[in-house]
Design a binder for this molecule. Structure first.
Ligand code: C2E
Ligand code: MG
Ligand code: MG
Ligand code: MG
Length: 282
């Protein structure tokens, strides 16, 4: 015990650890300020349906407009937000923003969905379905226009099985997608139990698929698997016309990637959309 106490005291006064602790604390307070003071931004990346070429939805991606460091991508703060629990406030902000945009589109008669990325911690929150339901109701947005993207790792990592939260979300009519499919370690048996509607194939399977027969076999098998389970299949990270042609041939349903469109602020995204279509209630 003495030795342990001694080590702790030494650690307490270790200047390097102290510096780490301070930078952790300052990043935490900066992130809290970012959430409270409106420094977060939402960009929208189009998803195109191959059958008719229509843009049927968008994925909402977070950015941080940092007062000193500029425009920060999620890789620079989402993992930190996840490890400190602040991701819940970010998710909440992203959901509000997405639902506000959906309400505007509905009022304009546009039938376009938005997908929001959800973390492990969000799925551990039993109140999530009720909060989403309240947001949708207050905005008058049909639940089917909201999608949630979950990663395989995110689904497996939590301390509680998220199945009940997923079932409640699904009952609401919210659509669920497995993100980065193929990179995590979810078992296919687990996939069968989940009330998901869509598989998003990770871009590592798409990259250069026109020039690699093995990759093409893998991609084709994943698409067949998704369809066999009754799921809609999206390919992520489509960057060339040649990759797109392969996806067309393999019967992929939706594509997303720089070839289709980069993530854009709402005003620019709006310009991509076709003239208003009917938006029926769920
Ligand atoms: P993700 O959900 O798989 O999102 C797709 C990422 O791939 C985005 O990066 C997007 O900009 C990028 N991307 C799209 N098309 C292409 C392409 O053709 N080529 C390449 N090389 N990249 C492409 P981004 O915005 O940097 O986001 C990275 C990850 O951060 C996301 O991966 C997601 O896991 C996470 N993330 C983003 N926004 C949120 C959020 O609001 N909440 C949570 N929890 N995570 C988020
Ligand atoms: Mg995603
Ligand atoms: Mg992804
Ligand atoms: Mg990805």
């Amino acid at each position: 015990f003495e030795a342990k106490r001694l080590r702790n005291e030494v650690a307490l006064y270790d200047p390097e650890l102290e510096a780490d602790r301070l930078s952790h604390l300052s990043l935490l307070s900066e992130l809290e300020a970012a959430i409270a003071q409106g420094q977060l931004r939402q960009v929208l990346q189009p998803k195109r349906r191959l059958r008719d070429g229509r843009i049927t939805g968008a994925e909402a991606l977070v950015r941080w407009q940092h007062p000193l460091r500029g425009w920060l991508p999620p890789a620079e703060f989402v993992p930190f937000a996840e490890s400190t629990g602040r991701i819940r406030q970010i998710t909440q902000w992203m959901l509000r923003r997405a639902i506000a945009t959906l309400a505007t589109w509905c009022a304009q008669g546009r039938d376009v969905a938005i997908a929001v990325n959800i973390s492990t911690l969000d799925l551990q929150d039993g109140q999530l379905p009720a909060r989403i339901e309240a947001l949708l109701q207050a905005a008058g947005v049909p639940a089917r226009l909201l999608q949630l993207e979950l990663t395989e790792t995110g689904l497996m990592a939590g301390s509680q099985d998220p199945i009940h939260v997923l079932q409640s979300l699904s009952r609401l009519g919210v659509r669920l997608a497995i993100d980065d499919f193929g990179t995590g370690q979810s078992s296919l048996a687990y996939l069968q139990r989940l009330p998901v509607h869509e598989l998003k194939i990770d871009r590592s399977f798409v990259d250069g698929v026109d020039r690699d027969a093995k990759r093409q076999a893998l991609l084709g098998s994943i698409i067949t698997l998704g369809h066999g389970l009754g799921l809609e299949v999206t390919a992520e990270g489509v960057e060339t016309e040649a990759e797109l042609a392969v996806l067309h041939r393999l019967g992929c349903d939706l594509v997303q990637g720089y070839w289709v469109g980069k993530p854009l602020p709402l005003a620019h995204f709006d310009a991509l959309l076709a003239p208003a279509l009917a938006c029926e209630s769920a």
